[in-house]
Design a protein around this ligand. Sequence first.
Ligand SMILES: O=C(O)CCC(=O)C(=O)O
Ligand SMILES: [Fe+2]
Length: 336
Amino acid sequence: MDDLKGVTQASVSKDLLTFDGRTYGDWRDDFHKHGFAIVKGAVSPERAEYYRQKQIAWLQSFGLGFDPNDRSTWTKDHLPYSFKGGMYSAYAATHEKFVWEARMEPNVIKAFSDLWGTDELLVSFDGMNISLPNQKDLTWSPWPHVDQNPERKGMQCVQGLLNFAPNGPNDGGLLLMKGSSKLFDTFFTQKREADAHEDAPPPEANFRDLFLFQEKDVQWYKDNGCELIKTCLEPGDLVLWDSRTMHYACLPEGDVIRSVQYVCMTPRKFANEEDVKLKAQLFHEFEGTTHWPHCNIHRHGPPMRDGVIDPQNRTEPLEKPVLSDRLLQLAGVKDY
Ligand SMILES: O=C(O)CCC(=O)C(=O)O
Ligand SMILES: [Fe+2]
């Protein structure tokens, strides 16, 4: 493993910010206690429905015959390439106009500003998840993981997911290990072997901020007082979780197509200049990166199909975002 860029010695050994002992009287108390929180109604049901429709139209724009009303078309050959049954981060998707609009919803930005105590934020260039119920050509097994390298101590990244479709117990969705963020350091004081999951990224992908847990590790967290919960959400809800929280997503088994967008924001001051420069360059190239806004900036790269770059690859979004100072600041292109 190469060094963890953007992590100073000081930040390896302690939190980047300290929240100890503070109470807020809102969802932030839950967040600091359990490692996650749900911000209800961060966008209106109407806006959520707009984003849901944009996502479906985006899938259809590839002209591969995907029809949201015809289950016989719910197969890989009718869809652009996705990961884990519905995660889309290639094809310049992460820079579609509607994706930027969702990131910039006032209450989405406000949630992150309130959490971090600053308006000077960077946003991740991560994608969306559109998972189809009972898609026949998919295999799936739980993939409990954290998106933070065990070497990074403290709360360094907060991930978010903005939900657009009704999301009950049978629907595809996010499972979180309540309380696990607090046990992150304790768990990794021992040498731990990552799970050889069938979907684990190849070592050359060098996913440094990912640790896949084994089944016995899930039990370890439960034995230490944590609880695995499936989030149930209404359209417009935003879930935020500390990247040290164990989590994974399950596929839908009901009738509803899962429709969410990932959105993560961290303070601009967490970033070093080199990473911000790289981020700005990737923004100009309409590239996707990871869930991390301020470091761990890696080019997503083109979508692969059958070992070759998908001929349907796009290097520009269908609809480009409307550039504003605020957008460019969040993207790391313009200084605060
Ligand atoms: O889609 C989800 O609910 C979670 C996917 C995931 O692991 C992530 O966003 O880090
Ligand atoms: Fe994750």
